[in-house]
Design a protein. Sequence first.
Length: 38
Amino acid sequence: MYEIFICEDDPKQRENMVTIIKNYIMIEEKAYGNCPRN
């Protein structure tokens, strides 16, 4: 897992990091087939 640093002062950067984390989680779930979601 990556260490991710979020700058709370920059909402746009924070939003981008949240999107990246969500995408990473989705990819991991697909790879392992743990929590199938549509």
